[in-house]
Design a protein around this ligand. Structure first.
Ligand SMILES: NC(=O)c1ccc[n+]([C@@H]2O[C@H](COP(=O)([O-])OP(=O)(O)OC[C@H]3O[C@@H](n4cnc5c(N)ncnc54)[C@H](O)[C@@H]3O)[C@@H](O)[C@H]2O)c1
Length: 332
């Protein structure tokens, strides 16, 4: 399978939270050429400014809904990472575009790989392929449960199932190798406000730094599995280099953290005496208070992947980055 060192790689959706971290790791791992392709519909050029200082890295403004815009960047690439996609909140804002990007865009990326002879594609999927979780432990064979979910979340979850299905089709028909990585809630440096749970981290930070108590909705027992973005980027490189193909693999910590614990860690990392304020806005409660953990047995067995950054350390890094951003925007 394609070795990263000495290879050429395209990161589709390269100006995203995750894509920018994948680009960074590819350069650190001695890739010969890294192309960051993005139409900047959601991502930001600020995310990749430092990467573009490296002459091996280029940015191409391209739209995955236009297959012709993928041909040149994909020429002689060894592998592609398809990170581009609409999360649930952008899908709720623009459902047709979101479904188009997540499904037809995913197919165009596969088609560009096929036409340009790219050996392997790593697809950014989601634990959303399971929909609402049941009571039993979750592993990769768990079914999709969507009956009780809000419509935009149903579209998101099923669009990721379609993305994985299309990748399987291309593997069977054309021999294109792929791995679909199913992430839980990603957070870290370059955090945006498009992901529902990680946005709460940023909102808590913003309130603390403006001298207001951070808000916890309900009793704060809502649980989520938060995985650090650098660990997710590392999983992408491991998947590219591994002999594994045709699999969907959970990339999650296997540890659930409550909203109350997240706010407590934010308070600690921001070194403030402010105390959290409890509110009861039903529309903002979000994740359930009980949920099984995601199994990461397959990620360990197939990719040798384990999360490296604890939630304490990850939130500390996020706060450090947010503080730097705040200082530099004030200096302008
Ligand atoms: N962030 C999470 O918590 C999370 C969790 C599970 C799965 N995922 C998946 O991982 C991937 C990356 O997540 P993220 O948070 O870094 O996403 P993001 O929202 O930061 O980035 C998505 C990127 O796709 C680009 N894009 C959108 N439409 C495009 C088009 N037509 N052509 C080219 N580029 C286009 C955007 O400009 C943006 O840079 C997504 O596919 C997402 O669904 C994310």
């Amino acid at each position: 399978m394609p070795a990263v060192s000495g290879g050429k790689f395209v990161v589709v959706g390269g100006a995203s939270l995750l894509g920018s971290h994948i680009g960074e790791l590819l350069l650190e791992a001695d890739a010969r050429e890294v192309v960051l392709l993005d139409n900047l519909a959601l991502g930001s050029p600020d995310n990749i400014q430092s990467l573009l200082a490296d002459e091996r890295c280029t940015f191409v403004r391209g739209d995955i809904l236009r297959l012709n815009e993928l041909f040149d960047p994909f020429t002689s690439a060894d592998g592609a990472f398809n990170v581009a996609g609409f999360l649930t909140a952008p899908i709720a804002a623009n459902p047709w575009m979101g479904v188009d990007v997540n499904v037809r865009g995913a197919q165009n990326v596969l088609e560009a790989c096929r036409l340009q002879g790219v050996k392997k594609m790593i697809f950014s999927s989601s634990t959303g392929v399971y929909g609402g979780l049941g009571d039993e432990p979750n592993d990769e064979s768990s079914p999709l449960r969507w009956g009780d979910l809000p419509p935009a979340l149903v579209l998101y979850c099923t669009s990721k199932v379609m993305g994985e299905g299309l990748a399987r089709l291309y593997q069977q028909r054309y021999g294109l190798d792929f791995v679909a990585l199913r992430y839980s809630a990603i957070y870290g440096e370059r955090q945006h406000k498009r992901a529902i749970d990680a946005t709460r981290m940023v909102e808590a930070y913003e309130r603390i730094r403006s001298g207001q108590p951070p808000v916890i909705q309900g009793d704060g027992n809502q649980l989520q599995d938060y995985v650090y973005v650098g660990d997710v980027a590392r999983a992408n490189l491991l998947a590219m280099e591994s002999d594994v193909s045709g699999e969907g693999i959970n990339i999650a910590t296997g540890v659930n953290t409550s909203q109350r614990e997240i706010v407590d860690l934010m308070i600690k990392s921001c070194r403030t005496d402010l105390k959290a304020e409890y509110r009861d806005d039903a529309t903002k409660k979000g994740s359930p208070a009980t949920r099984p953990v995601f199994s990461r047995e397959a990620a360990a067995r197939l990719l040798g992947w384990e999360p490296g950054v604890s939630i304490e350390e990850g939130i500390y890094r996020l706060v450090e980055w947010l503080d730097k951003e705040r200082t530099s925007s004030r200096a302008v």
